[in-house]
Design a protein around this ligand. Sequence first.
Ligand code: NAD
Length: 393
Amino acid sequence: MGDGILAGNSRVGLWLIGARGSVAATVVAGAAAIRAGMMPATGCVSELPDFRDTGLPNFNDLVFGGHDIVTVPLPKRVEQLAQDGVIPATLLGPIDGALVAAETEIRPGIGALPVGQTLSEAVAPIVADLVSFRRRHRLARVVVVNVASTERPSQISAAHDSLAGLEEAMSDTCPAIPTSSLYAYAAFRAGCSYVDFTPSAGARLPALDEFARVQGLPYAGSDGKTGETLVKSALAPMFAHRALRVRSWTGVNLLGGGDGATLAEPAAAQSKTMSKGRALEAVLGTAVEGAVHIDYVPELGEWKTAWDHISFEGFFGVRMTIQFTWQGCDSALAAPLVLDLARLMARAHETGRVGPQGQLAFFFKDPVGTDEHRLVMQYEALRQWAMLLRSQR
Ligand SMILES: NC(=O)c1ccc[n+]([C@@H]2O[C@H](COP(=O)([O-])OP(=O)(O)OC[C@H]3O[C@@H](n4cnc5c(N)ncnc54)[C@H](O)[C@@H]3O)[C@@H](O)[C@H]2O)c1
């Protein structure tokens, strides 16, 4: 879609679905603090030497906007995060202008599923918001990143297998398409790339994969890898390479915040435990006993504790265990990755990449476009792509 896309312009839009949530607010606040020189870009993978001279947009080139279904203004949301100890209170004054600017670009999202509308009608306001954002700010590209509340697992039906089937199903009175997929469809309609930072269905419906390819657009996902699964994808290959047999792997996650409240609902938690569970079997080559548990503990606020217990055996079948405890501030871990993904996806789009972006698997619990879950191998794939990008400048 050439409409409104300006050649030679390096400014890139980062459009956040769930723009008033903890992750989104930390993204906008973090980028503003980096731009103001008040904070180093700690945690931003794209700032590592491997990504130098690869043509990524600068933090200064990013313009923020998004959709949400709540009305708490972004500066207020950031104030809450400061009270919770995520964002230093001393930053609030200096970054206020950037927060207000982003707030003016937040539009009402799709809450309940629209009933009795065609697919085009349902997404028309979302597409219009994206196109208008790109035009008004004279942006070269817009990357849409879904950081909205996790949805329950979708009943994927035959209607989702092809674009024609999807269009037809949407003209029924009760469309069975997840909201995250409506956003992904709208992003592709508007000529934007799409990143699913949540375990929701998003762009993963076969019909949307087809649509992304028709539109010549890249997409990536799913579910940002920020804590327990990050450690898992680093640790599990150690057992595999050392030929030690993992007998069981159990994870207990305690979390507060908006994400914790959403995941207190068993169906939404199922989306998360499914995406958290995929890496182990893929890396170890066999199903392993043990489950992933998620408990909502409001008192923990923005903090999360994960405790993993792994039992394994060596020579003579001698049994041993390893346990680790991860205590993280989820949004502070997630936000730099969202900024990385925006920069990398903008470059993927610019260099003509289309469909699922497997080279971005490093960032996700349940990556699209590849079955590789080993963290080091994922980083290597990313690094190889960075080398290619450098040669394409
Ligand atoms: N923080 C992390 O480390 C991490 C890691 C991986 C994935 N995620 C995922 O990122 C997402 C955001 O996490 P969070 O902590 O910011 O949650 P949050 O609850 O603070 O924010 C979610 C936001 O999405 C908005 N929203 C809900 N439905 C919407 C819709 N239909 N349209 C537009 N906006 C909608 C909510 O109003 C809220 O502002 C979650 O799905 C979470 O699972 C977070």
